[in-house]
Design a protein around this ligand. Structure first.
Ligand code: ZN
Ligand code: ZN
Length: 384
């Protein structure tokens, strides 16, 4: 990134923290949490203890970091090295990233760009530029409305699993837009806060619906049709049995429309033309929540601070009071609309605050600050 562009990003981030001092509220039990931040030009600063929260914000204004973080864990002394901090438990934390969801739209909007000859290619990055054969390639890992809608579906499923299967109370759960590619969910002050990393790993395996087996649902090739019907679960049963049964019941096959729901599932299971194991795999993908397994089980991780800016978008990490109606491309746009002149290499069409921009290719334009910073943070533009 050019100096001019980095300087503008730093200035913008610093101004944001200055103007929004009161917006960035202190996390619960903040004196027990480890804080950290990552400067635009330097290494991640970690293991910071915060005694007075407003002093920490003053430090953000002064240093204008690209990312600001706080631990999910609580410690006796957060400023000590990890093994000496004295761990006292922590929030349960989950991360959903649209890049993990194998979405079709990625094949359409992801690009690679050659820094030498400016060739732009669609899809996965080649070993070398297909035009000039140089290896100076920038990968454009874009995200679109469909990407974030898919991530939202996963976080809604996770929320339901935590409430229905783990008995977590709604008021203990907070859902956030991460500021870039997905959603975070944290559970505070619950009976789960003392779980160690191995126990958290068990929750991960449950949420990812690992090791489910058809035999736990009563499916058996050796039994009669009537016996099979009597063994199958009801779709209103709690847990995976009910969720998967509901998935199977919704399978569309016009030749089975005269059967009741349970009979239909038994027919599908015994069908010679439908591959039931593939349908089961599809069902698992449909009902589980695709969380990042490493985040939840890592008790020493620091998480982006709510209402701080994300360096890859200029959007802010935002609490979603109503996840169903939450629109990240409106509600997380917090920078102002002062015009900034930028050189754009390339970008797909995008919409911020209800206004559509692009697609652009090799253009110099003046855009509102929030849109200009969005492109520069995505490494698709520079200050002109
Ligand atoms: Zn090239
Ligand atoms: Zn997409």
């Amino acid at each position: 990134m050019e100096d001019k562009t980095v300087n503008l990003l730093k200035k913008t981030f610093s101004e944001y923290y200055k103007r929004n001092k009161s917006r960035i509220s202190e996390p619960s039990r903040f004196t027990e949490r480890e804080f950290g931040y990552w400067p635009f030009d330097g290494f991640m600063q970690r293991h910071m203890a915060v005694v007075k929260f407003s002093t920490f914000i003053d430090e953000l204004i002064l240093n204008a970091p690209k990312g600001v973080y706080a631990s999910c864990s609580y410690y006796d002394d957060p400023s000590l090295p990890m093994e000496e901090k004295g761990w006292n438990g922590g929030d349960l934390a989950f991360d959903i990233d649209c890049d993990d969801l194998e979405l079709k739209c990625k094949r359409e909007h992801d690009r690679w760009i050659c820094r030498d000859c400016k060739k732009i290619g669609i899809g996965l990055r080649p070993k070398a530029c297909t035009k000039c054969k140089e290896n100076k390639i920038i990968v454009l890992n874009w995200s679109c409305v469909m990407c974030l809608d898919a991530a939202k579906e996963e976080i809604i499923k996770l929320n339901d699993i935590l409430m229905d299967d783990f008995g977590i109370n709604k008021k203990e759960i907070s859902i956030f837009f991460s500021g870039n590619k997905g959603y975070h969910l944290t559970v505070e002050s619950s009976v789960y806060e003392k779980l160690d990393k191995h126990e958290r790993r068990e929750i991960v395996n449950y949420v990812l619906a690992k090791e489910l087996d058809l035999k736990y649902m009563g499916f058996d090739k050796k039994t009669s049709f009537n016996d099979l019907i009597s063994r199958l679960p009801q779709s209103n049963e709690p847990g995976w049995r009910g969720r998967l049964m509901e998935f199977f019941e919704n399978y569309e096959d016009s030749s089975l429309k005269n059967f009741n729901k349970t009979e239909k599932v038994a027919k599908i299971y015994n069908s010679k033309t439908i591959k039931f194991n593939s349908l089961f795999e599809e069902g698992i993908k449909n009902v589980r929540s695709t969380i990042d397994p490493l985040v939840t089980s890592d008790t020493s991780r620091i998480f982006r601070l709510p209402n701080s800016l994300h360096e890859k978008s200029g959007l802010c990490k935002t609490l979603c009071n109503s996840i169903d109606s939450f629109d990240p491309y409106t509600q997380s746009v917090v920078l102002d609309d002062e015009l900034i002149k930028i050189n754009i290499n390339f970008c797909p069409k995008f919409t911020l605050k209800g206004i559509s921009y692009g697609p652009y290719k090799s253009q110099t334009l003046s855009l509102p600050k929030y849109a200009a910073i969005y492109l520069m943070s995505n490494k698709l533009a520079q200050v002109a």
